[in-house]
Design a protein around this ligand. Structure first.
Ligand SMILES: [Zn+2]
Length: 330
């Protein structure tokens, strides 16, 4: 292994006089990183956290996003009481429960908030990820809430809308976090079997285990302008391959050009767009939603069919992998 020298320079810092430092803004005010326009807290909220000058999309908390999609109408939060446990007693730089406490003090209660609401008069279940809570990472609570949201959709015949913003699986929960990838996919499969639509909105950033599971299997997939959508972020890839990536790598517009998303939608048009799609895809009125019991029975029947056919399946598999010269031995 070759050791590379590390060079540290403080010249740049020394040259910078204190009065040149940018004025620190109050926590709820924002300066646009693209055009430097300054927005007060109430202006940010009114503009749905989009820069009115250049269209830069700022991050949005989960509950504020649900308010935006409900457009001022009340909505019902589902399972707000769920909290992560610490089965692995995980400690990195600090214990996992301390990180959870710190994130809770900042305002959010988990990285996924689920609500039942109507988007432009179309009732649906909306699951929104919060990047502000441990990087929007998917742990056991996120997986469980999303699976319950899928169950609720099936029980009530409602479509599911997901807004994702995540750094991937929650490393503090180890393999339990990775397991949520399969669990969420099973939830989406239930919706598919029940012929209920799923709409996924990819906000900045959607990466890792979330992009590699439910975020990429929606019936309709929208992305917000400039959002990073990739399994590994450009920094990780550059550090691994030691190659420079183009600036547009993994951006929503690139993913649209590559056919990974259906449209890049401005946040100010999002509620209207989702409402229109739900209007086209929702169940015709008068058709009763199938009760959950029916689906459970169908699942059991399907499992029984697979079990009955197992010996047959393995015989077919063996015959496929057997070499041609073995055919004569039979
Ligand atoms: Zn701007």
């Amino acid at each position: 292994m070759t050791r590379r020298p590390i060079t540290v320079s403080v010249d740049k810092l020394r040259r910078r006089r204190p009065e040149e430092r940018p004025r620190k803004l109050p926590a709820d005010e924002r300066s646009c990183p693209r055009c430097q326009s300054h927005w007060r807290a109430e202006e940010m909220q009114r503009n749905l956290r989009v820069c009115a000058t250049c269209g830069h999309h700022f991050p949005v908390g989960a509950r504020e996003r649900l308010d935006q999609l409900a457009e001022g109408r009340p909505w019902l939060e589902l399972w707000p009481e769920m909290r992560a446990s610490d089965p692995l007693q995980f400690v990195d730089l600090e214990p996992y429960p301390d990180r959870v406490d710190k994130a809770e003090r900042a305002g959010a209660t988990e990285a996924l908030v689920v609500g039942e609401l109507a988007v432009r008069d179309h009732p649906c279940v909306v699951a929104v990820m919060d990047f502000g809570y441990l990087g929007g990472s998917m742990g056991s609570v996120v997986g469980e809430k999303l699976a319950r949201a899928c169950d609720r959709c099936v029980e009530r015949g409602l479509p599911l809308v997901c807004v994702t913003a995540s750094g991937g699986a929650r490393m503090q929960e180890g393999v339990i976090a990775l397991m949520q990838m399969a669990k969420t996919i099973v939830g989406f499969e239930l919706l598919r079997d029940a012929e209920l639509p799923t709409i996924v909105v990819l906000a900045h950033p959607t990466t890792g285990g979330v992009w590699a599971s439910f975020a990429s299997v929606g019936d309709v997939t929208y992305a917000e302008p400039g959002a990073l959508i990739a399994f590994s972020g450009p920094r990780v890839i550059e550090q691994t391959t030691r190659e420079k990536l183009p600036p547009e790598f993994g951006r929503a517009e690139t993913q649209l050009a590559n056919g990974q998303v259906d449209a890049v939608v401005d946040r100010r048009e999002l509620a209207g767009r989702i409402g229109k799609v739900l209007g086209i895809l929702e169940r015709p009125s008068g058709v009763a939603p199938a009760p959950a019991v029916t689906w459970a029975q169908e699942k059991a029947e399907r499992a029984a069919t697979v079990a009955r056919n197992l010996p047959e399946l393995s015989r077919r598999f063996v015959s496929r992998v057997r070499r041609p010269d073995e055919e004569d031995d039979r």
